[in-house]
Every structure is written in C-alpha cells, then in structure tokens.
Design a protein around this ligand. Structure first.
Ligand code: SAH
Ligand code: SF4
Length: 378
C-alpha cells in the first residue's frame, strides 16, 4: 500500500521524504505542488528530478475523495458529498460572501455525541476521518473553485470545522489537518480564520490550546445543565461550569480574544426570555470574571425525526436583543444553502442502509457516556 501524501502535515512529509533519503526542502517543494497547485500526479512536478518522481510513484500517491454529488444553491453555496467507503459519505459546503470564502469541513462520518437537534447526531457514529480525508475536502474544493472561477488566487479564506462530526473526538487526525490549513507552504490560512467548533470535549480543548490554537466556537445551546444534558448529551460528562472554565483557559492561547458561542434556537425549548437571562448571568458571572464571548444564534434547521421546531424570526430577534442589550455581541446566522439541504445540521451524507443506522442509534441512545473506543484520543 502506498502512502497518501494528503495525510501529512509538512513535518510528516519531511519525515516521509527522509525515509527516501530526500532533504526537507524537497518535502517543501512536494507539499507546495500538492496544496498550492493542486497536483495529484508526480509527473506534473517539473522541478523534481525524474528519478525522484519515479521513486515517489512507487511508494506514494495523492488521492482525494470520490465526489458522489455536487449541489449548487441559488445563493452561491455549493455542497459536495464525498464517498468515504463502506456506504458512508461526508459533506463539505462552500459559502461565498463579499469579503471571504468559507468552507465548512467534516471531521467524522456520523457523530457519537448524539445532539437531539442534529441530523448527523441522529445518524450515529460510523468512523473517524483520516487527516487525508479531512484535508481532501479543502484540497478538492479550493482547486475546483479556482478552476471553475478561472483564477490563480486563493478562493477559500476561512475554514470552519462545522460539518459532520465532533472534531475534538478525532483529535489525532484533526491537528495535522489544521497544520496543513495554516502552513504558509500549504493553504496559508490565518489562525483567526480557521475555526474548530466543539460540543465541549473539555480535555481536548486544553490540548488544542497547547498544540494548535485556532479560533474556537463552542456549541452551547442551553443556559443550564438540566436542559443541556438533554440537548447535548456530552454535557453529562463535561457540565457547563467545567466547559466555561475550559473556555477561559483556551483564551490564554487563542488567536482571538473571545469564544464564539453557538446557540441553536428551538421553539419553546431554549428560546424564552428566562433562558436569555440565565445565559447572560452565566457568561457574565462565571468564575467571577465571566467569559469573553460573542453569540451566534442559529435558527434550527428542522429534519423529519427531530420532533423539534424552529423558533420564529420574532423570537430569535427578541432573544438576540436581550443579549445585545446586556452588552454581548450577538449575530443571527443567515441560513445559507437551505434549498440544497446544506444548512447547519442538515448534513446527513445519507447513503447508508437505514436499518443499520436505526440499530446504531438505538444502541447509542442507551449509552449515556461515550464508549472509550469512540472517544478516540479524548
Ligand atoms: N460537532 C461540532 C461541529 C459540527 S456541528 C459541534 O457540535 O459544535 C456545527 C454547528 O451546527 C453546531 O453549533 C451545531 O450545534 C449546529 N447544528 C447542528 N444541527 C443543527 C440544526 N439542525 N439546526 C441548526 N444548527 C444545527
Ligand atoms: Fe455531533 Fe455537533 Fe451534531 Fe452534536 S451538533 S451531534 S456534536 S455534529
């Protein structure tokens, strides 16, 4: 089996090249061909000696993910469904805006956290993606878009790890992928423009702060433990007080001086004035000093099995006003790409055998804590 070079950050590629007797600057050249030029064929790499290209062909490959489908939304959003084998698929979504291009990237096929309002959570967990499978989403999208838009310039300026899966439950694969996004010889993205979104895997938040600090979004969704236990089951393991402590520890390393709290607006569940009052109190008073933060309210994107409803626009606005009036910067996420099921929480990648999925969900529902094997390095 040859090595897929998308699996390596630059240090990893340098180590691989060393096994071939090649110096680090060769690894840098190779890395630039792959990520900056989108090369998948060693023969394109005209500044590498023919003998080296031949050697590489024998031991390595540059292999993206097969694209199952592409959907283009009327608002410019593009969603790709990628095949990750054994009937599993993951999605990536490109969201163009005036001043940036954002790619929403998946980290797992399915998710073990099982949040009630999330269609990925309802699917259950299939497996972690490899570093190469995470990077392949960016590698493909960036080079597809450059070709499509006929530009040599970078198209994707921001990455959000907000696709399918809990990135901090796939930590070992995530970190080298983030490094390739950040590396000047890779995609050269700013740390402030790469965001990891987490449901609150506290120990891994600490490790990320040490190993690879990037912008952090935390999926809060509830102002008190009883409700959060119900909506985001991992709260039973890492309750709010611990989560907010971890947010403050993270901020000591973060490239931004605030945490983004995501809050999915569910009618009658977490969208009442008393929830806002509790939230304000929580983020203001926690630990005495509070947590520097911004709020991003996400109108719930319904899916059939959830049994939940989206808060009305008026309710969302009223909730946003309560937070803003308390001095907390609050935005309401525009729903993009919902004509192609690309909005938050609608990423299902759903090509699998339903019966297996139902069995898996039933099994996971009966287990409150994550099985160790699913927690990965967490
Ligand atoms: N697992 C990570 C990242 C992926 S989910 C996390 O939970 O943070 C990305 C964001 O989409 C999270 O804030 C999540 O709560 C939100 N989300 C999930 N399902 C949703 C839905 N049906 N409607 C709106 N937002 C949803
Ligand atoms: Fe997993 Fe995030 Fe969905 Fe929760 S919201 S089930 S953590 S992907």
């Amino acid at each position: 089996m040859t090595a897929n070079l998308l699996d390596y950050d630059l240090d990893g590629l340098a180590a691989f090249c060393e096994t071939l007797g090649e110096k680090r600057f060769r690894a840098t050249q190779l890395y630039r061909w792959i990520h900056q030029r989108g090369a998948s064929d060693f023969d394109q790499m005209s500044d590498l000696a023919k003998a080296l290209r031949a050697k590489l062909r024998g031991v390595a490959r540059i292999e993206g993910l097969p694209v199952i489908s592409q959907h283009d939304s009327a608002d410019g959003t593009i969603k790709w469904l990628f095949d990750v084998g054994q009937g599993n698929a993951v999605e990536a979504v490109f969201i163009p805006e005036d001043d940036r291009g954002t790619l929403c990237v998946s980290s797992q096929a399915g998710c073990a956290v099982g949040c009630r309002f999330c269609s990925t959570g309802h699917q259950g967990f299939a497996r972690n993606l490899t570093t190469g499978e995470i990077v392949a989403q960016l590698w493909f999208a960036e080079h597809y878009l450059r070709q499509h838009l006929q530009t040599q310039e970078r198209v994707i300026s921001n990455v959000v790890m907000m696709g399918m899966g809990e990135p901090l439950q796939n930590y070992a694969a995530l970190v080298p992928a983030l490094r390739t996004m950040l590396d000047d010889h890779g995609y050269g993205l700013s740390r402030r423009r790469v965001t990891v979104s987490t449901s609150g895997v506290v120990p891994m938040m600490d490790r990320l702060g040490q190993d690879c600090p990037v912008a952090l979004a935390v999926s809060l969704h509830a102002p008190a433990d009883a409700l959060r236990d119900n909506l985001v089951p991992i709260n039973r393991k890492y309750p709010l007080a611990e989560l907010l402590d971890a947010c403050n520890r993270y901020l000591a390393h973060a490239p931004r001086d605030f945490i983004t709290f995501e809050y999915c607006m569910l009618e009658g569940v977490n969208d009442q004035p008393e929830h806002a009052a509790l939230l304000i109190d929580l983020v203001r008073r926690h630990g005495g000093t509070g947590v520097p933060c911004k709020f991003n309210l996400i109108p719930f994107n319904p899916f059939p099995q959830s049994g939940l409803r989206r808060s009305s626009q008026a309710q969302v606005q009223a909730f946003a006003k309560l937070l803003s009036d308390a001095g907390i910067v609050t935005t309401v996420r525009k729903t993009r790409g919902d004509d192609i099921d690309a909005a938050c929480g609608q990423l299902a990648g759903d090509v699998r055998d339903r019966t297996r999925v139902e069995v898996r969900i039933a099994r996971q529902r009966s287990v409150v804590e994550l099985p160790a094997s699913v927690g990965g390095s967490a």
